[in-house]
Structures are given as C-alpha cells and as structure tokens.
Design a protein around this ligand. Structure first.
Ligand code: 9MR
Length: 671
C-alpha cells in the first residue's frame, strides 16, 4: 500500500535515477531457475510458454474416458470437423454454430485455448460453394463466411487456420486447383487473410498445410515464398501451421530447419495436426524437440486423443491407446517437453507436481467486505488484506484508511457469504496501538508456536499472539530493523518503504519490501534467529517505478519446488494490476510468468465480474493459502486471491478512496 504523503519525503539518490528495466538478482544473477517438472502435457508445455493441444470431436464429449484425458492433459483444443464450412454454412447464409459452440464453450470453461479450424478449404466444402463460377459471387461468399464465423467466435479463438491446404503436392510449388484458385485466382489467399484481420483483429491468422515439414520440398518452398511475400507486402499473417501427419519414420531431418526458417520470416509456427504411424517414441520426441528448439514454435496439437479417435486409427498413431492408457510415446513426448521422467507408462500420472500456468483468468466476486465505521473510527477504505484459513475460519487482517491515517482491523468468518456481516475489531484498541500501522501479513511460526502479524509503521514491524482468534492478544509493535537498510536509502528516491513480507524455507526467513520506486528488497535471517538478525539486504528484483510498484507477495507453490512472486504495478490506464514471476528458491532469480500488461497475473482485462464490474483496479491483496505457517504455501490449482478494488469513478484524496475487498477465483485452472 502506498500511504502517499504519510511517510514524508525520502532522500533521492543517484542510483534511483538510473533507468532500470530488467529484473536482476545481484546475489544470484547467473543462477537459472530449476525447471519445474509437471506430470501432464499441457502443464509441462506451459512451463516454456507453449500449449499442448488435441483435436476434439463433439460427438465424443459424452465419453468420460475421453473427456478425462482431454481435461487432464491438454490446454488447447482444435475442433476436428465442427468449424468446417460443410458444418457451419451447409446452405448459403444459414449458419449452424451448434457443434462448434459445444467445443468452444467447453474449452472456455476449462481455460483451454481454442484453435479455429478452418475457414477456407477446398474439402468439406458444400457443393453450393464449389459450383460457383462467378468471381464476384464467390468473393462475396468467401468473405461473408470468414466474417460471420470469426465474428461469432470473436474473443474465443486464439488462432484461426484461415486458409487450409491451398498448395499442390509434388514438384510444382504452386497452388493447387480449387474453386477458390480457379475462380478468384491465386490472390484469394491474400483476400481471405485481409478479411480475417478486419473481422477479428485480435486472433492470430495462420496458413495451415501438410507436407511442408521437409525444407527442400517444392511445396514447402512454395508456402515459404508466399509467407515471405505476405510479410514483405504487409498482408496480415501471424502463423504457419505445419500439420505434421508423419509416417513411422517421424519428422524429416530438416524439420527444425523448416520451423526456424518460417519463424525467421516473423511468424509463429505451430505443429497443428501431429500424428505418427505406430507412434514410435523417438519420432514423437524428435518432433517435440524440434519445436522446443525454436522460440517461435508456440504449440503442438495432436490430431486426436486415443488411437481409436484417429482419422487413421489403423495406424495407432496417437499418444493414448484405445483404453485411454498412456503409450510409450506419451512418456517420450512429456520428457521432450521437459517434463518428469518419473511418470509411469500406462499408469495414471501423479498430480502432485502440478505447476502454475503461464497465463491466468479469474472470476471476481462482488465487493465482499466494506468498512464498518463506528463512533471513533470514521473509515473510508478497507485495504491490504492478509488472510489465513485456520480452525474452520477465515481470519482476515486489513488496513483501515481515512483522512486521519492508517491502522489495522481484524475479522473472522467461516464462509465468504458471511464476510460482509463479520464484526470488525479495530486493532488500535489493542497493544498494537494507535498511529501509523498498515499492510498486515499474518502467519503462524511453527517453531515458536506463535502467530506473527507483520506490518509497516515507517519501519518494518511485527506483533505476536498465541491465539489468532483473540484480537486483544497481540503484543506491542517491535521493529525488524534498527533503521532503514542503507541499500534502501540509496535507491528509494521519492518513494515510500512499504509492504513488508516474511516467508521462510526450512533454513532461512526472508523479509521482502517495496519502495514505490521500482525495487523489491530482500533481507535474510535464519529460521532459528527469526525475528532477529535480518541483514544482507539486497535488491531482489527491479524494474521501472510503475512496473514494480508495491504490494509484493512471495509464496511457495505446493507440490513443486517453485516460488511465486507477485508485484502490483500501475498500468498504462492508471489502474492497478499484478505481475508474476517464479523462481526455484527464495533467493533465486525471478523469471517472468505472467508478467506483462497484455499477459498479466491479474488485471481487469483477465478478470470477469459475473456480479457486476465494481472495480477496474486489482490491487494489494493476498492468495488464499493451502496452509497457514511461515512457508506461505499456496495450492497450484484453483487459486483464489483476496484483493482490494474500488469504484472506478471514485477520486480525490488517496487516503479517502473507497477501497473494498473482493475475491478472485481462478477460472483457467487445468488441475
Ligand atoms: O480428422 C478429420 C476427419 O475426421 C475428417 O473426416 C477429414 C475430412 O477431410 O478431415 C480430417 O481432418 C483433416 C484436417 O481438417 C485437415 N488436415 C488433414 C486432416 C486429416 O485428414
């Protein structure tokens, strides 16, 4: 939290004026975070920012084995036939989105990406289209189809196969004969891509084909020339899909070269329909490795789940057998994605090593907790919540804000539906005392069998209490530091020293804090010495002022050796949001997870508000933890985040803003 003028101005320093835009960890600048090994294809692919998808047939969605594997393993889906022309517009101008919607809505509800397949293709094309001979008529029909379908799925489709299989097999390197080429000329592909861009500017637009995996093939060269020409002339194209229907020999030896050569044109590449006859383990591994080795190879889709689901089921080309068991190729695929070698072939894999996804979506409650002023507390906002679930109850500590300044409040309740009616206990009436206290953090110290409440007073302070449910049990404030550490004095500039946060591993406790000036600081002591001995203060991470502002949280992710860092930033719209990073140790380097304004951890852009949009700020808060001790362990799945938000139209004095507390629930958890 930023109390603005409350703390007074800090000494500016030369260091603070240096522009810094990258995260650094002086103590461990070269240490790469350990890879977190996930036990499913989608989760493992997400570790490198990729997706792992499958073709899905609407007709199989009633099969529990099928959907069980689908939802466990895959974070992207491609409708196998349901978005093709002969399903969607069987007769002219009459659109049937039912089967496509079934797949699209199911995927959206589970946070799976959707690849749209396909808008313009000479197959599965109704005869009313293929019999058109007039160019203007066909142009109108094609553009109308693209526009109607893309409009319908706007916001739901990540990437569209705009044109499919337009090039001829064999040695010509030219486009194949089709009604589109024959009536409209070779310019029909450009026309289709231009219509697609104007229909949905946010979807990625792909050209998709088979037999373009071998770099020296004339067909590959023909497609490459087209993409190069499109990029040179500004024709909108974002990706090339290489279908990758391979024989038992697997990918050609030049496959990675082909992927990188396309990528070098400035497009993403995706493996869009992978299957390999007899599913040899090495062939799958080689295919996946080629993609992993090309930064712009953004995802892999297999063309079906079980062998019995395949268009070539006689070749047993997929990763699961007819009974839904993992085949050996499953394991080699997971391993090539960087995943755990421990998962047993043929047996269900353990879910314990679930890792966080690389993008998040949330659904928010309405405002659940509002201030409850009394005769002596004229509170404007309730802020900066800390929460544990202990002994059947949520225990929430928060800042109270008013023009008179900041103090703390405590409330408890057994269910979120009761949060609004819980009694507010003002902690200025306890030994914690009146005066500036803000941004609490609560946890139980298992060694000392004491609850700690960490908060800011101008210094980093704490109180202890043997019983969290007794508001009067807190001790008077004590400080963690004798004074502000020098490194903070040197870097804080005009910022404020705020938002102290303690987290311990089995050996050490770390105290993180922010400065409203682009720095995250970290001090260390041993578990045995805690709460004393915090020294070695370093800059744990830094960025520009508003990109790394305040309200930092650090957590241990349950069942992995991953730590999660959240930092509140101020967006280009002036609204608060959270960025996220991970590291393999508390003193390690932080690698971006969902760390940008376009891929935020939590921002109004990735939060839905079914109960009404009551805030556009997603500001200072805390995760609902898996436990309540000093390790601050959070679940890897179905995250929940208690945050502060406010009426978007509210303005005026910062201390008098009407902050309320709401709860985010992750809506794209795949585990
Ligand atoms: O898997 C699809 C199968 O169910 C259909 O009968 C077939 C019709 O042509 O299309 C299959 O999918 C194709 C995809 O749409 C484009 N690339 C080739 C795929 C395999 O034929």
């Amino acid at each position: 939290m930023n109390p603005l003028k409350w703390l007074g101005r800090r000494r500016a320093s030369v260091l603070a004026l240096l522009a810094v835009t990258t995260l650094v960890t002086p103590a461990a600048a070269t240490a790469a975070p350990d890879a977190v090994r996930a036990s499913t294809l989608g989760a493992q692919a997400a570790q490198s920012g990729r997706y792992f998808g499958t073709a899905v047939a609407a007709g199989r969605l009633g099969d529990g084995t099928y959907t069980g594997i689908l939802d466990r393993e895959f974070n992207s889906v491609t409708p196998e036939n349901e978005m093709k022309w002969d399903t969607i517009e069987r007769s002219r101008g009459s659109f049937n989105f039912g089967p496509g919607d079934q797949i699209a809505n199911r995927a959206a509800a589970r946070g799976q990406r959707l690849r749209g397949h396909t808008l313009v293709w000479h197959q599965q094309l109704p005869s009313w289209v293929s019999s058109i001979r007039d160019a203007n008529t066909l142009r109108g029909v094609m553009n109308n189809h693209i526009t109607q379908v893309m409009n319908h799925y706007k916001g739901k489709v990540y990437a569209w196969d705009v044109v499919n299989e337009a090039f001829a097999d064999g040695g010509s390197g030219q486009m194949r004969s089709s009604v589109f080429r024959d009536v409209l000329g070779t310019g029909f592909i450009e026309e289709a891509f231009r219509s697609a861009r104007s229909a949905d500017p946010s979807a990625k637009l792909c050209y998709n084909d088979y037999n373009i995996e071998n770099w020296s093939d004339a067909k590959t060269q023909g497609v490459y020339r087209m993409v190069r020409d499109f990029k040179a002339r500004g024709v909108p194209i974002d990706c090339v899909g290489l279908q990758s229907h391979f024989g038992a020999g697997g990918p050609p030896s030049s496959f990675q070269t082909t992927l990188s050569n396309f990528a070098a044109l400035g497009v993403d590449v995706q493996i869009t329909e992978l299957d390999i006859a007899q599913a040899p383990t090495a062939a799958y591994a080689n295919t996946v490795r080629a993609c992993m080795n090309v930064a712009r190879c953004t995802g892999i889709t297999v063309w079906g789940i079980r062998d019995s689901d395949s268009w070539h089921s006689g070749e047993n080309p997929l990763l699961f057998d007819r009974n839904g068991n993992k085949k050996p190729a499953y394991q080699s695929t997971l391993t090539a994605l960087g995943g755990s070698a421990a998962a047993q072939t043929g047996a269900p894999s353990p879910r314990s090593a679930a890792a966080l996804p690389s993008s998040f979506r949330w659904s928010s409650s309405g405002a659940l907790i509002a201030p409850k002023p009394d005769a002596t507390h004229n509170i404007a906002g309730i802020k900066d919540p800390s929460v544990v679930h202990y002994n059947g109850k949520y225990h929430v500590f928060a800042s109270t804000a008013s023009s008179a300044g900041y103090n703390l409040v405590y409330l408890s309740f057994s269910d979120w539906s009761q949060a609004g009616s819980a009694t507010h206990h003002y902690l200025d009436r306890t030994a914690i005392g009146a005066g500036y206290r803000a941004a609490p953090q609560v946890f139980y110290n298992t060694q000392q069998r004491l609850w700690y409440l960490v908060y800011q007073t101008g210094n980093a302070s704490y109180s202890t209490n043997p019983d969290i449910s007794n508001p009067n049990g807190w001790s008077a404030p004590r400080n963690f530091y004798s004074s502000m550490p020098d490194i903070i004095k040197q870097n804080i500039g005009n910022g404020y020293w705020v938002d102290m946060w303690v987290i311990c591993d089995s050996a050490n406790c770390y105290l993180f804090s922010s400065d409203d000036n682009g720095h995250l600081y970290r001090s260390r002591t041993t578990v045995g010495q805690f709460p004393n001995g915090f020294t070695n203060t370093v800059i744990a991470a830094q960025d520009s002022k508003f990109a790394m502002f305040e309200a930092s949280n650090v957590y241990k992710v349950q069942g992995s050796n991953q730590y999660l860092l959240l930092v509140e930033a101020i967006g280009s719209d002036g609204r608060r949001y959270f960025r996220s990073w991970t590291a393999s140790s508390l003193a390690g380097s932080w690698s971006p997870l969902a760390a940008s304004e376009s891929n935020p951890f939590a921002k109004s852009s990735n939060v839905t508000f079914p109960a009404g949009t009551w805030t556009r700020d997603i500001s200072h808060g805390e995760m609902i933890r898996a436990g309540y001790d000093q390790t601050l362990t959070i679940p890897a799945c179905k995250l929940q985040y208690l945050y502060q938000g406010k009426d978007p139209n509210a303005g005026g004095d910062y201390n008098n803003l009407p902050w309320r507390l709401g709860l985010l629930t992750q809506s794209n958890s795949t585990c």
